[in-house]
Design a protein around this ligand. Structure first.
Ligand SMILES: NC(=O)c1ccc[n+]([C@@H]2O[C@H](COP(=O)([O-])OP(=O)(O)OC[C@H]3O[C@@H](n4cnc5c(N)ncnc54)[C@H](OP(=O)(O)O)[C@@H]3O)[C@@H](O)[C@H]2O)c1
Length: 335
């Protein structure tokens, strides 16, 4: 009972770091002496300490004061401690060395290369391990991370802005279609994704920055540019960003090439050519459409060639909202 409540606390507090820890999953850890919290730790910033390390380092301050030995304590963590020596060393080995005798885990790591290995290290070293407490919530809060490892590809979302008459843009011209409120909403969406992908035409015509301009700290997304033609590499798109420029056009190959990377989610923000190519390949999981109240008229370029294209690509409307005078619709695939 007490563990259940503490797991919920760790899950909730871990969520505070979802924008700064990505593309890593958010993780929380609590060190306990029976029912008393000795310390807590979270994976706060990508590349920095994992949650277990932060919690244990904090607990060390109370060694000899609130407890005599780590063997008296239990470590609770929302996700299986890692077994691999990455940027920060193996958490499972660190837990063993610290001297815990009991560890309570929320969800098992879904990465098939490491799944269960952290638990094995703990059990081999005579640590009693309990697994599965609120695992469903841990999975839900790390939706993209679990998706990538289960489906072997990043989660792909396409976001488009459309006029009321289904148009994307006037040829060779940068123009805003939706309201400022919708464009603010897009900043929040960007803040959630590990990578933002666009095509050469959008880069050359719009000169976009495509980062998340929000008033909290975000580990900004990697940018992915698909192009075979010349582009200005001094454009703002490249400023302070990690960019993959890809000159192959096979979208399946491109998306699946990220399966072994840290990238768990990709937001596609491009014009009709690339968007339709993505939808055609059936590798898109979610489509977000912002529609304005105004029409662009005959001289503008249409998003789709046919009526009901979104449904014909296999999407169903999941939710719709009003944002100022625009409509925001979220579509997901049938499967
Ligand atoms: N309303 C909106 O939400 C929105 C969003 C973004 C952009 N736009 C507008 O869209 C316009 C550009 O649209 P667009 O349709 O011409 O271009 P696009 O979809 O942005 O990009 C197409 C380009 O992507 C590259 N590409 C690589 N692999 C591809 C593949 N398999 N299929 C298709 N393209 C591939 C090619 O680049 P290279 O030719 O460089 O090799 C291709 O020309 C701009 O005017 C921009 O303002 C509108």
């Amino acid at each position: 009972m007490i563990y259940g409540d503490l797991m919920l606390r760790a899950i909730k507090k871990a969520d505070l770091f979802k924008y700064s820890a990505k593309p890593n999953p958010v993780v929380g850890a609590i060190v306990l002496k029976e029912n008393e919290i000795i310390s807590e730790g979270y994976h706060e910033i990508y590349g920095k300490n994992h949650a277990e390390i932060n919690a244990i380092e904090e607990a060390k301050k109370y060694l000899g004061k609130r407890f005599k030995d780590f063997s008296e304590l239990t470590l609770l963590c929302t996700l299986e401690p890692c077994s691999h020596v990455g940027k920060t060393g193996s958490c499972a080995n660190f837990i063993v060395k610290t001297g815990f005798k009991k560890v309570v885990i929320g969800a098992v790591d879904p990465n098939p290369y490491v799944s269960g290995r952290g638990i094995k290290i703990l059990e081999k070293n005579q640590i009693h391990v309990e697994v599965g407490l609120h695992a469903d919530l841990v999975e839900k809060q790390n939706k993209f991370f679990f998706y990538k490892h289960k489906k072997n590809k990043p989660y792909v979302t396409v976001k488009i802005a459309s006029s009321l008459d289904g148009k994307s843009h006037y040829k060779n011209k940068k123009n805003f279609i939706t309201t400022e409120s919708s464009r603010k909403d897009v900043q929040l969406i960007r803040a959630n994704y590990d990578a933002i992908l666009t095509g050469g035409n959008t880069l050359r015509i719009d000169d976009p920055k495509m980062d998340a301009r929000v008033d909290f700290f975000v580990n900004q997304a990697k940018k992915i540019l698909l192009t075979n033609k010349p582009y200005d590499n001094n454009s703002i798109f490249f400023k302070d960003a990690s960019v993959d420029v890809i000159n192959i056009t096979n979208l399946q190959e491109i998306i699946y090439s990220y399966k072994d990377s840290e990238i768990c989610s990709i937001l596609v923000e491009a014009g009709p050519k690339l968007v339709n190519a993505f939808l055609h390949e059936q590798i898109v999981d979610e489509l977000i459409v912002y529609t304005s109240k105004d029409e662009l008229g005959e001289n503008a370029v249409s998003w789709f060639d046919e009526d009901n294209a979104i449904e014909n690509y296999g999407f169903k409307l999941e939710s719709s909202y009003k944002i100022d005078t625009d409509t925001k619709e979220i579509f997901k695939r049938d499967d």
